[in-house]
Write a protein that binds this ligand. Sequence first.
Ligand SMILES: [Zn+2]
Length: 701
Amino acid sequence: MKLLNFFLILFFLVTGIHSQSTDKFQMETSVATLELNDEGEILITSKAEDEAKIGLRVNELWDITLVNKHNLRKERALTDISAFRTETSPQKLRFYAKELYIDDISTTVNAEFTIEVKNDSFLFSGNISCTTGEWIIKSLDYPRLSKMEVGKENTKIYWPDGLGQLFNSPTEFGTKKSLDYPSGWGTMPWFTLNSGNYGVYVGVHNPLQHNANITLGAMDGTFDFISNIHTPIYEADYTMPEFVVKPYKGTWHHAAKYYRSWYNENFKIASSPDWVINDTGWLLAILKQQNGNVMWPYRDIDQLCDIAKKFNLTTIGLFGWAVGGHDHLYPNYLPDPLMGGEKELKDAIKRAQDRGIKIILYANGKLIDTSTDYYRYRGMETMMFGNDKKPRMDFYVKHNNKSPEIFCWACTGSGYWRKTMHDLALQANSLGADGILFDQLGVLRPELCYSTYHDHKPGHGDSKYRLQLIREIREDLKEKNSNFVVMTEASNTSVLQEIDYTHGWGKAYAPSDNAFPDLYKYTFPEFMTTQRNGNPLLTKTDANFALLYGLKYEVETRYTADVEYLLKGKTPDADSYWNVNYPPDINKMKSLTMEESAKYVHSLIDFENTHGNFLKRGKFISDEGITITGKDVIARGFTNDNDDEMGVVVWNQNETEERSFKLSVPDYKYIRADDPLNQNVRQNSLLAPNSIRFLLFKKIN
Ligand SMILES: [Zn+2]
């Protein structure tokens, strides 16, 4: 066997990058071919004519940045490209170099980059190491795709910022965007370009889910794109994960399924308790604001329950419930005597639960208020440091007439911080709450921390420890109370493994330009999240949006004028939020009364419960297999548990006019249609302005 390998190796073509070889190297997947020509250019071309072309230049394919071990500010780029040699074997390309030089001095850095075909994709991988440890590999840019063209004028860009964005052209996309994975802005480490029947998937398949920054740029005046994956490393040795470039036939759904199948091989998404799956949504209530203004003393949690009931919401999130109020004195979360004290809080939580309402308590997973003793005496162990040895600072300025609170970021790589958060979860359980929300753990970018006090090496991000923090707490608390949940704000495919219920944050959690919640929701239909609505009401549009995409509803009360709107029906004017920096949308509050909003949301939730086998406990399938025609109308589908029936929700987005539509669901037979306010409607009768309809189909065997 060894002898055979030896002879095979003899057949390998070993050349320099600028080789004069006349044979072109080729390898292929089922739908595309990769070719290396003798000018050092790699071209990936679809087998079907004109569907996709991806050009790479070997001398631009990677960029390595080093920092000197003794002087972390001394950074150098490794530009010694001519030292690399090329080796080819069937279905694999290899570029390698030993002892790369900077200015005639050996760095003792060895590097290898490989491209091979695996799982019908082109995989880019490799390794870098510094044998003497004199230099640290700071970062890597690889692979750099110099030119991507998919379907020319039909190119659409599917981009996982928040729940997802869809851009219909390079112009809509803009010049350049980056996904900072894992964060609320880079929720999955992949994107796809798709022309409707052909696409290219670009992704990072890293079982460690380390930080990755994926950039896509549109080339001005063309349908061409450039892309780059940047990886912060800070190690003397680094084995690259698989960077995947996969041309595929079909719609964007194929790309989503491809990522999901890789995800399933490595991770498991948290399974939420039944109460979360059946939850209708939550009323987010700030009890005490940052400036000390108490709006809801603990005894008034009863009134919050009345409001939740009016909207048909089954959970209340208590924010600003502790001594400091919201975004003040973190991480000190002691029940506030001013609001009634611990016993009154416990009693109020119990009364809410007796009425069928779940209570979640807030904690921030990242912020330390620098005015606290915690900062003074535990800051050194817990806070995140930049490369400049200074704490990483942050501000949340809620009022325009009060000196801003000054926060620094805690690092979840600190064992003491994880213990602090764990203690808060234990406290929430002992107060009788149904769960705890650790704010920001799903949101914040994976910043690099240079503290020497933490479990990670200096220069690493803390995203791995965010997951560890949540996992440790969740496992312990579930043992004490199996229905206790851990929540966070925003999602990404790292925290997704340990979060029972998400508070929506980021792109596409509310209607907006290019919003495409389908991307995340189709990839992870089990994902349980609220929409995001920073208002003390829901407009019909915002409520219908939540129903269509399977998001739980949200109503927020944050300021005194919100309270007056909710309790007294008082419509605000410009003056109502005079000292507030982020007021709710006053136009929305003027557009309908709280009673009107609550009545509509209540009926919509009843309707959703009626069709709960699809809309709550079913599987969101986006628009796969569904074709709808008609102006202003869109449709989304949900299959039931047995996968033998499909419920399709059609929404007329026009706010003033009726609309007709035609729906086609091949392989399914129409059964019946249902509207929230007008039952037993006909399948294709006109849809009232801004209304939705549920249509039931049965699979034809
Ligand atoms: Zn740290």
